[in-house]
Design a binder for this molecule. Structure first.
Ligand code: F6R
Length: 609
């Protein structure tokens, strides 16, 4: 959580930092701030609210300078307020920092620093870092940073400036990401490449235990002991245009509409219609290891967990391998049992989710095959897993995950097919047929998106409802969970999801005319059972909207409204049924005037535990 940005170069720093903060705002948006150095003085401006509010304040009273730091916050310690907003200064006002992460021993440090005479002005954990810098500063910010972080326990991406040491930014990483941009005479640090790309595609990803020292001539890197580190410069292929809304009202809507392309890009070069084979040598886990796999455990949080659940059904049906799906935040604290023939798959869009990363580390100690499915190249999870399968979804800016969910399902389906192939669980004809059907999915998604207006009109009728129920069974149960999550997080409407067959065990008591149900009812092995579940709801005056196949005539007599999607093989239906549920949530939230791309209390990258 929180986004940090720093710039040093010839440009006026304020617009560069404001632009960067807008691109990082998905990481947190309860307060924002900036520090620039102007004629030997550090000038700080902070506001409670969004980057837009900071921009307004800077318009009224501008700041000048050509290097500085910015921060957008997602509060952990200390409520959102101007005072708690970063950057934070030391007692002298000559040092300033921005921080992303959590300092676990901050209370002990605060007491100690107070006893040593430091005055604290905020409720944050972060402020201890700047007072530690003050304590150790003897003319070298780099040295002071090294000494300060030696006393800190926890996770941090931190960047600092010293008024007495002009033209220098020092950053350190232990946990949350820091990427350094190496432009032409200008240098940046950021929590995410998307804030850097407008300036340069050339980046260096810091590893844990590393520092970056930026000045006007370039960037150098060291470890926490001061030993120089040679780093590889990577060229990022994402274009700055991918980060624009391109005529859509919100990023989320744009990202929903990008899904056909995302499925195509994630499949590209990984399966062949000619040979009927799946090619996943890139994942870096030897085929021989995968041949021995007898069980899989998928670990993730939130939407990625839902994609993992879809992956479970695919893997069990296609590869005949038993699969458990675990919440990372639960798994990591369990006395879990993993035998050497278990394949662990961690799924994370950002590749930085703290619980998922911790679960990955715990699993690594006990098993040989740990594979990451992530959208973020060089993220912590990508680097630490033994193998990686990247989802080629491009940058997702909307805080609510949509296209990355689809991309994760695509990647997990590929893994299921690959396991089936290496373990010879599917004959060639069946594999080829599945591949052919998979290739058709993007076209079918395009059809659904072409009917978005019908979903919008339907959504308009439900804007003022306060409760929704989502039902699905078998491979569409996770889609029901995801549909409910999307509605909750962006429209703040209470929504619950259940497997259709569980209704009669309790939740049916909730049904009345004020609680509509969205039921996912493709013509699959549980179709008739879902029809019975729908009848039970109708008998209790419940309103039912069905997501059903185009050619299903029967369903229309049994429900109040139908959102039709093209038919596909049952195991591929989640790719299609998920789309109208995303649209439904989007249109309801947009019509309620909600902040769709930046829902309250949320942040895109959850680097706290
Ligand atoms: C919901 C959403 C979150 C994330 C979760 C995991 O729309 O985006 O539930 O799915 O925070 O994030 P990653 O996938 O980055 O590990």
């Amino acid at each position: 959580m929180c986004g940090i940005i720093g710039y040093i170069g010839p440009k006026s720093v304020v617009p560069v930092i404001l632009d960067g903060l807008k691109r990082l705002e998905y990481r947190g948006y309860d307060s924002a701030g900036i520090a620039v150095v102007d004629r030997g003085e550090i000038r700080v401006r902070r506001v409670k609210g969004k980057v837009k509010d900071l921009e307004d304040s800077l318009r009224e009273e501008p700041l000048q300078g050509t290097y500085g730091l910015g921060h957008t916050r997602w509060a952990t310690h200390g409520r959102p307020s101007e005072e708690n907003a970063h950057p934070h200064k030391d007692c002298s006002g000559r040092l300033v920092i921005v921080h992303n992460g959590i300092i676990e021993n901050y209370l002990a440090l605060k007491q100690k620093l107070r006893a040593e005479g430091h005055t604290f002005k905020t409720e944050t954990d972060t402020e201890v870092i700047v007072h530690l810098l003050e304590k150790y500063y003897r003319g070298s910010l780099e040295e002071a940073m090294r000494a300060a972080i030696g006393e800190i326990e926890g996770a941090f991406a931190v960047a600092a400036l010293a008024a007495d040491e002009p033209d220098r930014i020092v950053a350190a990483k232990q946990g949350p990401p820091i990427v350094v941009g190496l432009g032409d005479g200008e240098f940046l640090i950021s929590s995410d490449i998307n804030a850097i790309l407008a300036h340069t595609p050339n980046v260096v990803f810091l590893e844990d235990g590393e520092m970056a020292i930026l000045d006007r001539s370039g960037a150098r890197f060291t470890d926490f002991h001061g030993v120089p580190k040679a780093k590889t410069v990577e060229r990022v292929s994402w274009s700055p245009l991918m980060m624009e809304k391109r005529g859509f009202k919100h990023f989320m809507l744009k990202e929903i509409f990008e899904q056909p392309e995302v499925v195509r890009d994630t499949l590209l070069g990984r399966m062949s219609l000619d040979t009927g084979r799946v090619m996943l040598d890139e994942i870096g886990i030897p085929e021989a290891t995968l041949r021995r796999v007898r069980k899989a455990v998928i670990i993730a949080c939130g939407t990625s967990y839902h994609a993992g659940l879809v992956g479970k059904y695919l893997m069990e049906s296609l590869a005949g391998i038993p699969v458990d799906v675990e919440y990372a935040s639960e798994f990591r604290y369990r006395d879990f049992i993993l035998d050497p023939d278990t394949l662990v798959i961690v799924v994370s869009q950002s590749g930085e989710t703290a619980d998922t990363l911790a679960a990955l580390r715990a699993a690594k100690d006990r098993c040989a095959a740990v594979l990451a499915v992530t959208n973020a190249r060089s993220s912590s999870i990508a680097r630490e897993a033994y193998g990686v399968l990247y989802t080629n979804a491009g940058p997702e800016i909307g805080v609510a995950a949509t296209k990355t969910f689809t991309a994760q399902m695509t990647a997990l389906a590929l893994i299921a097919l690959y396991l089936a192939q290496v373990q010879e669980r599917m004959d060639h004809a069946a594999l080829l047929e599945f591949i052919q059907e998979f290739q058709r999915i993007p076209y079918k998604m395009e059809k659904i998106l072409g009917r978005a207006k019908a979903v919008e009109d339907l959504a308009a009728r439900f804007v003022s409802f306060s409760h929704f129920l989502f039902l699905g069974r078998w491979v569409n149960f996770p889609v029901a969970l995801e549909g409910a999550l999307k509605l909750k997080e962006i429209s703040y409407i209470h929504a619950e999801a259940y497997p259709g067959g569980e209704m009669k065990h309790g939740p049916i008591a909730l049904i009345d005319e004020k609680m509509p149900t969205l039921a996912i009812v493709p013509e699959d092995r549980v179709y008739d059972k879902m029809l019975s579940n729908i009848s039970e709801i109708k008998a209790r005056n419940g309103y039912v909207i069905a997501v059903a196949s185009d050619d299903d005539a029967r369903i229309r007599e049994r429900v109040d409204a139908v959102i039709a999607v093209p038919a596909a093989p049952p195991l591929l239906m989640p790719f299609l049924t998920a789309v109208p549920l995303q649209l439904f949530a989007y249109y309801i939230a947009a019509k309620r005037g909600a902040d769709v791309d930046q829902p309250r209390n949320l942040a895109k990258s959850v680097t706290v535990e």
